[in-house]
Write a protein that binds this ligand. Structure first.
Ligand code: SF4
Length: 76
């Protein structure tokens, strides 16, 4: 199980996550911030849990590239 989280409010809209992991991240046309697709929100954290192991690699790249470090990826 791969768990991805995004602390969306702190996003500065650089677009790196959407480039590295387009199946999980899109930039919002409304506010210019990143959207974690199919996520649920809890206290400002947007969360996706997926059984797909190939979700780890691209999202880890997105997390490493994020300049404000608001993405986490865990293989649990
Ligand atoms: S990499 Fe980080 S700051 Fe840049 S758009 Fe994605 S979440 Fe926002």
């Amino acid at each position: 199980m791969v768990v991805i989280t995004l602390q969306r409010e702190k996003c500065i809209g650089c677009n790196y996550c959407a480039e590295f992991s387009p199946e999980y991240f899109r930039m919002s046309k409304k506010d210019g911030k990143s959207v974690l697709l199919r996520s649920t929100e809890k206290k400002g954290f947007h969360i996706v849990k997926t059984p797909l192991n190939d979700a780890y690699e691209p999202n880890k790249k997105a997390a490493d590239a994020c300049p404000v470090k608001i993405i986490t990826v865990k293989d649990v």
